[in-house]
Design a protein around this ligand. Structure first.
Ligand code: PRT
Ligand code: ZN
Length: 226
C-alpha cells in the first residue's frame, strides 16, 4: 500500500450507470488511454494516469488495499463500506474528495403503499430488506429503533411481496421501481451521487503532483458544467 509510484491509477465502474459518465468526465479532464485488449486496465497516454475498470462495489476495497489511488463511485457505496470499516474498528482509508454531479439518487426507506405512515416508530419490530445493512443499522440505532435488517444483494423491492420483509431501504431515483412494487418512499437516509474518492492523507511521491493537476482540471470541468 505504501509503494512509491509515479503513475496514478483510477478505478471506475466498468459498465453500469456510472461507467460512461465517469469516463466522459476524465476525458474532459484531458486524459486518454491506449485501449488494452481485455479492457480491464487502460494505460494513460497524455498523462501517466491509468484506468482500472471494475465493479463499483470493489472500488472502496481497491482503495483500501492501495491497488488504486482514486476511484469514482456512488457516495452510497463509499459510505456503506466506510460504516463497515468503522463497525469493525478499522481506520478510514478513503475520503470523498469531490462530488461529481451525476448518478444522483437517494437511499430511502419505503413501505407498502397501503400503510398509513406515522413516522419511524412504525418500523419497530419490522423486517427491512436492504443492500446497505450498515447504513440502515446505523440509522436505526440513531433513532433508537429495534428492527431486523434483512441483507439482500439485489431485487430488494420485491422482498415485501415475497414475504421476506415488511419494508425496504434501497436506492431511488425516479421512484418508478418502488411504485411498480406498490411501495412508497417515506424517509431519506442519504442523498447520493457519484464522488471522487481518494486517500485520507496526501501522497508523498509523484502521485501528489498528478493528483493536483487532475483535481484542478476536474474543478474546471465542473465549473463549466454548472
Ligand atoms: O456491475 P456493478 O456492480 O458495477 O453495478 P451495479 O449494478 O451494482 O450498480 P449500478 O450501475 O446499478 O449503480 C451504480 C451506482 O449508480 C449506484 O451505486 C448509485 O450510486 C447510482 N444510482 C443512481 C443508482 C440509481 N441511480 C438507481 N436508480 N443505483 C441504482 N438504482 C436502482 C434503484 O435502486 C432501482 O432499483 O435502479 C432502479 C431504478 O430506479 P428508479 O427509482 O428510477 O425506478
Ligand atoms: Zn455493484
Amino acid at each position: 500500500a505504501n509503494a512509491v509510484r509515479d503513475r496514478l491509477r483510477i478505478a471506475i465502474q466498468k459498465s453500469g450507470r456510472l461507467g460512461d459518465p465517469s469516463r466522459a468526465l476524465l476525458t474532459a479532464c484531458g486524459l486518454d488511454w491506449r485501449e488494452s485488449r481485455d479492457r480491464l486496465f487502460c494505460y494513460g497516454e497524455t498523462l501517466p494516469v491509468d484506468l482500472l475498470l471494475v465493479r463499483d462495489d470493489d472500488i472502496p476495497g481497491l482503495l483500501a488495499d492501495g491497488v488504486c489511488d482514486l476511484g469514482i463511485v456512488g457516495r452510497n457505496v463509499l459510505a456503506e463500506q466506510a460504516a463497515e470499516r468503522a463497525q469493525a474498528g478499522a481506520p478510514a482509508v478513503a475520503a470523498e474528495l469531490r462530488a461529481l454531479g451525476f448518478g444522483g439518487c437517494r437511499l430511502d426507506i419505503a413501505v407498502p403503499e397501503d400503510w398509513d405512515w406515522q413516522g419511524p416508530e412504525q418500523l419497530r419490530g419490522c423486517r427491512i430488506a436492504s443492500s446497505y445493512p450498515q447504513l440502515l443499522r446505523r440509522w436505526l440505532a440513531g433513532e433508537g429503533i429495534d428492527a431486523e435488517v434483512v441483507m439482500l444483494s439485489g431485487s430488494v423491492e420485491i422482498a415485501p411481496r415475497l414475504g421476506q420483509a415488511d419494508a425496504v431501504c434501497d436506492l431511488v431515483s425516479s421512484g418508478a421501481t418502488l411504485a411498480a412494487n406498490q411501495l412508497k418512499p417515506v424517509l431519506t437516509l442519504l442523498r447520493s451521487e457519484a464522488v471522487l474518492a481518494g486517500p485520507v492523507r496526501p501522497f508523498t511521491d509523484a502521485r501528489a503532483a498528478l493528483m493536483q493537476t487532475l483535481l484542478r482540471r476536474m474543478d474546471g470541468v465542473m465549473r463549466l458544467r454548472h
